[in-house]
Ligand binder design. Sequence first.
Ligand code: CA
Ligand code: CA
Ligand code: CA
Ligand code: CA
Length: 371
Amino acid sequence: MKTKNTFWLPAISLLLIWLAHLGGCANTVFEPALPESDADSDGDSDSDGDTDSDSDTDSDTDSDSDTDSDTSVNECEEDLDDCDDNATCTDLPDGFECECNSGYDGDGQVCDDIDECLTTPCATNAECTNTDGDYTCACLTGYDGDPYSTICDDIDECFLGIDLCDVNATCTNTDGDYTCACNSGYAGDGFTCVVSSLLEDFETGTWPWSPWVSVASGGTVSSTYAHDGSRGIMDPGWHYRTDVTFGTTTGQTLSVWARPDSSTDGRFYFGFNASSSGCRSIILAPNTTEFFFQTNTSYGYSAQTSVSQSYTAATWYYIELEYMGGGQYQGRLYSSTMTLLNTVTHNFGTASPGGIAIRAFNGVSIDSISM
Ligand SMILES: [Ca+2]
Ligand SMILES: [Ca+2]
Ligand SMILES: [Ca+2]
Ligand SMILES: [Ca+2]
């Protein structure tokens, strides 16, 4: 917004004093500015031969020259204006005016920077930065385009091949970012994937087979419950095995596929640090819409860190557990297409390396346990 103001300055009087100090020279400077009517009256006086009238005219000229010197002052050029540094001075016959420059707001004497960012002038997914007299726009990280237009578009890092996913991982583009998930047969956070070994595929034998140890009976093996191959298991009671040890090395991962029949019922406990005296577990829990940790001392139940998570019925989920070191474990839940859905992290205080365990109820299928 711009406003104009006209100011009469005391400085004009100072200029007149200066002009008066110059004496006759000042008069000479301002003579040409005399109105023509004064010159005509001089001519008339001459033709009349009236010298008195000439002297009268001269006294008139002196008073006129004072008025004329007012109108001829260019306060802008003489630097006699009081316009703000961020204003433009325009000379006027009866003074001058100050107008704030573009990007500033005020009365011309005081001009303040306009914070354009308060009115979100940049594109969607762009960041506005206010500057003195202006502003700048920049697309947010993960977005590209003209930040001064209507929208910055998501960068498809996967399509462009600029993602940092491991060569053995699947890249999934997301709005403003992307995710990486290790392919089947590999374990890791998606940015680094290492070959994982299949611990259990439920393909052969009569449940429960060695090296699984049964704490509580239960578990049906069938093709109906398979994610890979021809068999999987549904709703086993607590079973554990100690032929493998998890929790010894930072970055070590465990993984499994699980499919709840219901979006509101059932639960699958994926146990680790297991022994005959209990385990810890990361739990897929449609019945409480959670994804969370438990401590299962003596195969009992004690809730630890939890995150809210909704589930879709009859849909496979991939659960990955990583030992982060220092007694901290992270559970990651992926969709059937390996899109990361949620993570939950809990510090149990100690690493407590041990075997693995499984338990499920109310219709959860389980297959392909890898480490
Ligand atoms: Ca002026
Ligand atoms: Ca500004
Ligand atoms: Ca993206
Ligand atoms: Ca299988």
